[in-house]
Design a protein around this ligand. Structure first.
Ligand code: Z5A
Length: 228
């Protein structure tokens, strides 16, 4: 068994994953409403980010604006630095927000989590997955009990967000082949862990995506012994 597969799954930690423009906002609302409808306390959060410090790290990771102090040459962020910053933000987020919320009995719904590091930094950037697994084990120590993967054709997702931002962020500025590797990475992880992942067809209209997500969460809750 791989080292990342050996981590315990937390029964109240849910993550949402997928490529750009997959519709995580609609899905997050559907998860929140399904859980709240059963009387559960729900904390919605995101990565990279989720605490003031982690949000500052997010800015470092994603900002693509020319810096007034950088002169003409922008310093390139290396793949290894990108991975370590993702995990620096995540360590802070897990320690300050996620663990305390889980400990008081809340459900935590996270817009992206460690699977994004395997997909973007592992498959996209080509970094060694054993290194990612080691960081995951040391700084997170658990996996979500449920991961919803919004799967969508790369070009369709990018078309949805085209023209949204004056400055597309640093990762959004990558080429299609990068995002094809990321998508494949997510799909491989979902195929390897079918009991944790539910793959949602994100090409459907928003209401249908929301309904599919709500149904998946409801079935997952019903399948568990300790019902909320
Ligand atoms: N990243 C990483 O590399 N490693 C890590 O470990 C982590 C993250 C945690 C920031 O994430 C970046 O960080 C991300 C991965 C990297 N980079 N990329 N690319 P983010 O989640 O903040 O960024 P994002 O994935 O680019 O967000 P997004 O493009 O906004 O995607 P979304 O949240 O899934 O989409 P949305 O906001 O719900 O919808 C986007 C648009 O599509 C909007 O105009 C909607 O109206 C439209 N939309 C949504 N659903 C539909 C449907 N069903 N039909 C038609 N149109 C739709």
């Amino acid at each position: 068994m791989s080292s990342e597969g050996a981590l315990p799954r937390h029964p109240r930690l849910i993550s949402l994953e997928g490529g750009e423009g997959a519709g995580k906002s609609t899905a997050l609302a559907a998860v929140r409403d399904t859980l709240a409808g059963r009387g559960c306390e729900v904390l919605l959060t995101r990565e990279p980010g989720g605490t003031p410090l982690a949000e500052q790290i997010r800015e470092l990771l994603l900002s693509n604006r020319p810096s007034p102090t950088a002169g003409l040459v922008q310093e390139r962020l290396g793949a290894e630095t990108e991975l370590l910053l993702m995990f620096a933000a995540r360590a802070q987020h897990v320690q300050q927000v996620i663990r305390p919320a889980l400990q008081r009995g809340a459900f935590v719904v996270c817009d992206r989590f460690t699977d994004s590091s395997y997909a973007y930094q592992g498959e996209g950037r080509g970094l060694d997955r054993r290194w990612i697994a080691d960081l995951e084990r040391r700084t997170v120590g658990m996996q979500p009990g449920l991961t919803l993967l919004l799967d969508l054709d790369v070009r369709e997702g990018r078309a949805r967000t085209a023209g949204r931002d004056l400055w597309p962020d640093r990762i959004e500025s990558e080429q299609d082949d990068f995002f094809e590797r990321v998508r494949l990475g997510f799909r491989r992880r979902a195929a390897a862990e079918p009991e944790r992942f539910r793959v949602i067809d994100a090409s459907q209209p928003p209401a249908a995506v929301g309904a599919a997500v709500a149904a998946a969460v409801a079935r997952w809750l019903d399948s568990r012994r300790e019902l909320p």
